[in-house]
Design a binder for this molecule. Structure first.
Ligand code: OSB
Ligand code: MG
Length: 376
């Protein structure tokens, strides 16, 4: 059993080493909510992946902060719980706010792994010793800049290139990339930038032999994606639309997609991420781990999750140095020349959190502590 003594919230501000542009906007500096849980002398961290604005999903760091402080953390402090798997039930009364829930739940799983002195990856049911890695490349200032970036990432060993796209940065770009690299594993991610009227336009991309087209239509849709999937040879991969296991089941059975992106924040924590992974495995649908421009804390958790068997496609989990001049964990996450990350074998997530660095980046903080118990 774990007794939760305290939950600390903090916001850190961290400039990205390379600005990241998607169809919904440009990110240059991340504002990130970190949670730290104290329990019987142990301490475990979680990262909330909500963005600065409610553009990817309806959560943002400011909603996550309020909900964590006022609703979620109070449901944890002072409680005696079994482990990470206890969190969904504790948080059930709060609807939505999955990224806020995930930060706390994942920290509790980390705590449980530390208490049991096992690697987090094993506690989650992971079997892989290395995970295959791809990169997500934002919209670039010019096609030439994009080609240069791709060349650099391939040189580093990454196994799959994903191109962010939007109307005006799509067909011509894919053409240029395929002209230079006819055979690489290539995919695109539209973050919902298209509508069903674009069905003929999107169907033209079959000639590029993309591994998948990620979330082309509305962020909350299955029906029109199913219509589109029937028109395509290329697999659709859903990201934004999949909030939980039931969504995964609906999307798979409606044939809205043939591949799933699992983001642990988007589905509300490791418990639900494992459930999505399992239902996809039962139905023969491969999954991969998405990314949300995480610091080392969220990145370490993504590595642990990616060690589960059905994470068979390269994920968007890549080296710390692609995001940060200096990460907040040590060692930093690195990728081998084969485009793989080794799953740590140490206790917990297997990375040490750099408290000094976090202190220097902190712009606000709050502590919720259990009312002191009187012991006989
Ligand atoms: O849709 O996968 C996405 C980043 C922010 C928000 C949404 C997405 C992304 C990425 C980047 O594609 C993945 C990463 O490198 O962390
Ligand atoms: Mg995506």
């Amino acid at each position: 059993m774990l007794i939760i003594d305290a939950v600390h919230l903090r916001e850190i501000n961290m400039p990205l080493a390379f600005p990241f542009e998607t169809s919904f906007g440009l990110t240059t500096t991340r504002r990130i909510l970190l949670v730290e849980i104290e329990s019987g002398g142990l301490t475990a961290w979680g990262e909330c992946v909500a963005g600065e604005h409610p553009y990817f999903s309806d959560e943002c760091i400011d909603t996550a902060w309020i909900v964590t402080e006022k609703e979620l953390a109070p449901r944890l402090v002072g409680k005696e719980i079994v482990g990470g798997g206890s969190c969904p039930e504790l948080f059930r009364q709060v609807r939505g706010h999955r990224m806020a829930k995930a930060a706390l739940e994942n920290a509790v799983w980390e705590l449980e792994a530390q208490k049991k002195r096992v690697p987090l990856a094993r506690l989650l049911g992971g079997t892989r010793s290395v995970i295959p890695c791809g990169v997500s490349i934002g919209i670039q200032p010019s096609p030439a800049a994009l080609l240069e970036t791709i060349a650099k990432e391939l040189e580093a060993g990454y196994q799959r290139i994903k191109l962010k796209c939007k109307p005006g940065w799509d067909t011509k770009i894919f053409e240029a990339v395929r002209a230079r690299w006819p055979e690489i594993l290539l995919s695109c991610d539209a973050n919902s930038a298209y509508r069903i009227a674009d069905i003929d336009h999107i169907a033209e991309w079959d000639r590029f032999k993309l591994l998948m087209i990620e979330q082309p239509l509305w962020y909350d849709d299955f029906y029109f994606h199913s219509m589109l999937q029937k028109r395509l040879e290329t697999a659709i991969c859903l990201d934004e639309s999949i909030r939980n296991r039931r969504d995964a089941l609906a999307a798979i059975d409606m044939e809205s997609c043939r591949i799933l992106n699992i983001k642990v924040g988007r589905v509300g924590g490791f418990s639900e991420a494992i459930a999505v992974h399992n239902v996809a495995a039962e139905r023969g649908i491969p999954v991969w781990c998405g990314g949300m421009l995480e610091t080392g804390i969220g990145r370490a958790h993504n590595i642990a999750l990616s060690s589960l068997e059905n994470f068979s496609l390269p994920g968007d989990v890549s080296a710390s140095a692609r995001y940060w001049a200096e990460d907040i964990i040590e060692p930093e996450v690195t990728v081998s020349a084969k485009g793989e990350i080794a799953v740590p074998r140490g206790i917990g997530c297997g990375f040490a959190v750099r408290r000094d660095r976090i202190e220097a980046l902190t712009v606000r903080r709050q502590t919720l502590r259990a009312a002191s118990r009187v012991t006989a």
